[in-house]
Design a protein. Structure first.
Length: 322
């Protein structure tokens, strides 16, 4: 019911709607309306309450709670099923549990804070409360396990486009899983899967974005390499706007990929915004270190390099430092 009231207030944002009109529209007493408005105010909504005129929504808080996301989401698949936690160890861990319990494809787990956020190879991902986007998407594509890295590229394309669209920042992609602004990391992607020999059961794609994070909140070693959207554009951004844009663009790219079995659209975006191509790279892939020059991306999103011996080789995944 709180959601219905919020939806009505949003539809009339900036204008008054009387308690009576709300109570008729939603089918509850005016006292019930008043109680919910009080709760919304406690949740951080700025609402004017003026006798004989009613209620007027002035400003929403920067929240990722379900009421907010569910009212505005426009997708068909990605995020149609949303699960929100104020605090959780890791949205990837939770997504794994949900996937095992049969959560539908496109389910999104989102948290306001992670206490055990994870990067690749068991690294820690700093995920402070209230300022970042920490979310995971459950996918069930018919893929061979070796193709899972494509989903990382598709995600990088979706996140970079969304960040640019919503914030105007100059986000770039450091292959394979970092989104950077001004040479510092603003977002990391962690793709994990459950698979049999030849088929993927499900893929969990975890996305961590420093939106309004104050760099002072990062521990020293992370501060040196990390940035936030706020730091780069100079003001706070509603996290919800970014989440909705990512889910929308992700859905377009993912449905296109399923339909065509081609990564062309995502790879085109990855190439356009790549900060890796054309540069000297040092790649840690499995247990070896390869030096070379990043030349191109293949049609599947693998990195093509010319190694020190002058030979051209394809890298499927790895750790790149420029
Ligand atoms: C990544 O790993 O970049 C993947 C990060 C994925 C995080 C999301 S949040 C939602 C979902 N749930 C999870 O538990 N994880 C995913 P990697 O390339 O291994 O980079 C990890 C390194 O980035 C760390 O060792 C730090 O140096 C640095 N780092 C840690 N926290 C950071 C942050 N908030 N911003 C930028 N860099 C960070």
């Amino acid at each position: 019911m709180k959601k219905d009231i919020l939806e009505a207030l949003k539809q009339n944002k900036g204008k008054f709607i009387s308690g009576e009109e709300l109570s008729i529209k939603i089918g509850v007493t005016r006292t019930a309306i008043w109680k919910h408005i009080k709760q919304l105010k406690e949740d951080g909504y700025e609402i004017d309450a003026v006798s004989r005129r009613g209620y007027r929504l002035i400003q929403e808080p920067d929240t990722l709670e379900l009421n907010e996301l569910e009212i505005d989401i426009q997708t068909r698949l990605i995020g149609r099923n949303l699960i929100y936690y104020p605090s959780i160890d890791s949205t990837n861990n939770e997504a794994k549990k949900e996937a095992a319990l049969g959560a539908p494809e496109g389910t999104v787990i989102i948290a306001d804070e992670q206490t055990g956020g994870r990067g690749r190879l068991g690294r820690h991902w700093v995920s402070p409360r209230g300022t970042g986007i920490w979310m995971s998407i459950i996918l069930k594509p018919q893929l061979e396990p070796a193709e899972a890295a494509k989903i990382t590229q598709l995600t990088a394309a979706a996140v970079t486009t969304a960040l640019r669209n919503v914030t105007g920042c100059e986000a770039g992609i450091k292959w394979p899983n970092d989104i950077i602004i001004n040479k510092k990391k603003v977002c990391g992607i962690l793709t994990e899967m459950s698979a049999e020999l030849n088929t993927v059961n499900h893929i969990i794609v975890g996305i961590g974005i420093n939106v309004n994070v104050d760099p002072k909140e990062f521990p020293d070693e992370v501060r040196a390499i990390a940035t936030s959207i706020k730091e780069s554009v100079g003001h706070e951004i509603y996290r919800k706007e970014i989440v909705l844009e990512i889910l929308q663009i992700f859905e377009e790219l993912y449905l296109d990929f399923l339909r065509t079995r081609s990564m062309a659209k995502s790879v085109e975006i990855c190439k356009k915004y790549s900060v890796t191509l054309g540069n000297a790279v040092r790649i840690i892939s499995k247990d070896k270190i390869i030096f070379g020059e990043a030349l191109d991306l293949t049609e599947d999103g693998e990195l093509v390099i010319r190694n020190e011996a002058g030979a051209v080789e394809k890298i499927i995944s790895g750790e790149v430092s420029v």
